[in-house]
Design a protein around this ligand. Structure first.
Ligand SMILES: [Zn+2]
Length: 319
């Protein structure tokens, strides 16, 4: 409520020094980023414009490396002091936002279950409060999970459905990730019920989009676990399996971390930021360094099984 999304979520700035810092530190990212620096202002606006709507503005330099933060299952409640299994999700996201603000990534994606249980405007207001300092500097893309409420989400962050390209009653985003394309899909089926589904209109949109877009390596983001509780997994993979431009699917939902492959596509399970469901699972987020050839994924485990902190996984994209 209050200010339109554009005021909070469209602003972005970039500093040359922080960009150079991570480029030099990275094993996988060895090339200087120049296009992003040159076009930062314009791209930032473009990225902001698609933050809550499915519009794509992509750059032309495929040799660069980009660093992103991938989060899932923040589970923010209306009460900032809400505690579950010994974790304080509000404080966790506050800590992650603080870490990210000290070393800004190119952007942030959260793959759903933003809210504790059933959405609720007060929960989204807290999410917005915590993420606004980041969103003023970098694009922040928010997906929806089974514990989100699409109407409450739109009331807080702005409705993406009026853009003309939107999938009916779904929140879909196509984002510029520099050398990669990021597509955030919506698998929220029924609020507070475990299974998820893309649905025919969204699958049809995705198939049409993928057939007509350029061959830039593409990463899909969704909340639910393919093969386990994404009800239309088979139909999705019949579309994306043969489309070699689709390199990876990033998902959350399990509150655990896992790397696997299915139909030739990398499956990347991002940990929960809010709380784990088993003591052996970490709580935290994933740092992703992405190029047109592959990705390097670094686990930041802040709670739960912190022995996994620093776990690095390198993946090469299929050709
Ligand atoms: Zn969850």
């Amino acid at each position: 409520m209050g200010e339109p999304a554009s005021l909070v979520w469209l602003l972005s700035t970039g500093s040359k020094s922080d960009k150079e810092g991570w480029v030099n530190m990275s094993g996988i990212c060895q090339q200087r980023v120049s296009r992003r620096q040159l076009l930062k202002g314009g791209l930032a606006l473009a990225a902001g414009a698609v933050a809550f709507g499915p519009r794509s503005v992509l750059g032309e330099d495929r040799d660069e490396c980009t660093r992103w933060a991938f989060l899932s299952d923040t589970h923010i409640a209306a009460d900032p002091d809400h505690r579950y299994r010994g974790f304080y999700p509000y404080r966790n996201l506050q800590e992650i936002a603080s870490q990210l603000s000290c070393d800004l990534p190119e952007g942030l994606v959260i793959t759903g279950d933003l809210a504790r249980l059933k959405g609720r405007p007060a929960a989204y207001a807290n999410v917005k409060t915590l993420l606004t300092p980041l969103a003023e500097k970098r694009p922040v893309y928010l997906g929806l999970g089974n514990h989100d409420n699409r109407e409450d989400f739109f009331r807080t962050f702005g409705d993406s459905r009026g853009s003309g390209e939107a999938v009916t009653n779904k929140h879909v985003i196509v984002a510029d990730g520099g050398p990669v394309r990021l597509i955030i899909l919506d698998t929220l089926h029924r609020i507070n019920a475990i299974p998820g589904m893309l649905g025919w209109p969204q699958r049809t949109w995705l198939e049409t989009y993928l057939r007509t877009c350029d061959d830039r390596p593409t990463i899909l983001f969704l909340h639910h676990t393919p093969k386990v509780d994404l009800l239309d997994t088979g139909r999705l993979f019949r579309i994306i399996g043969p489309m070699t431009k689709v390199k990876a699917v990033v998902y959350g939902h399990t509150h655990h971390v896992k790397f696997s492959t299915y139909k030739g596509i990398h499956m990347i399970n991002v940990p929960a930021a809010g709380f784990n469901l088993s003591d052996g699972h970490p709580v935290g987020w994933m740092e992703a360094k992405l190029t047109s050839r592959g990705g390097e994924f670094l686990l930041h485990a802040m709670g739960g099984n912190t022995r996994l902190n620093g776990l690095t996984t390198k993946l090469a994209w299929r050709s």
